[in-house]
Write a protein that binds this ligand. Structure first.
Ligand code: ADP
Length: 201
């Protein structure tokens, strides 16, 4: 019997900050490299340019990655190595993307095209934003994935499993109306359980 995961497919890893999403992505990618598969990891670039970088977990493990401004840049990069959805031999066997919540809706089409083309697509990202609302493209990716892993962190207040990300501005819970992506603010983040997650209204 063929496994539902033996051909191209979509795996999604979600959870709050510090839940080990990057660790899990690195673990899966490292195993693929050990199996001599061709692997390419991407992550969103802060600025608008491609560059070689790494996905790093909070515990310090890293794997090489290419930072890209958007989903179109991933497509272009893959096309440069061979026709994007053409010869399977020229495509990576495994494509990993970290921080996938920062990509726009085009990432969904790209992930599905890649899975259709036979690629194992492993995506890691925040399922919820700092308000505990579904984050951008994530609901669609979760619905369309063959495999979903929800990880928990540890609540910094009580030690319970944490499913949410607390945003603090100068030590105070952020407001619901704050932008989802903050630029240049004095912010910090903590993992929190449902009880200790706070959003000011
Ligand atoms: P994510 O990608 O989900 O943000 P990482 O893989 O980067 O998570 O980091 C997970 C690591 O963070 C854990 O293995 C642990 O060493 C560390 N860590 C720090 N704070 C916490 C916390 N509150 N709960 C769980 N792990 C934490």
């Amino acid at each position: 019997l063929r496994s539902p995961y033996s051909g191209g497919h979509l795996e999604v890893i979600v959870g709050p900050m510090f839940s080990g999403k990057s660790e899990e992505l690195i673990r899966r990618v490292t195993r693929a490299v050990i199996a001599r598969q061709r692997v390419q990891v991407f992550k969103p670039a802060i600025d608008d340019r491609y560059h070689e970088t790494a996905v790093a977990s909070h515990a310090g493990r890293t794997v090489g990655a290419l930072a890209v401004p958007d989903a179109a840049a991933i497509r272009a990069h893959l096309a440069g190595e061979g026709p994007l959805l053409g010869a399977r031999a020229e495509m990576p066997d495994v494509i990993g993307i970290d921080e996938v919540q920062f990509f726009g809706p085009e990432i969904v089409t790209l992930a599905l095209d890649l899975a259709e083309a036979g690629v194992r697509v492993v995506l890691a990202g925040l399922d919820l934003d700092f308000r505990a609302e579904p984050f951008g493209c994530m609901p669609e990716l979760l619905a369309r994935a063959e495999s979903v892993e929800k990880l928990t962190a540890i609540c910094t207040v009580c030690g319970a499993p944490a499913t949410r990300t607390q945003r603090l501005i100068a030590g105070q819970p952020a407001h619901f109306a704050d932008p989802v992506v903050l630029v240049g603010a004095q912010e910090s983040y903590e993992a929190r359980c449902r009880v200790h997650h706070e959003v000011r209204r």
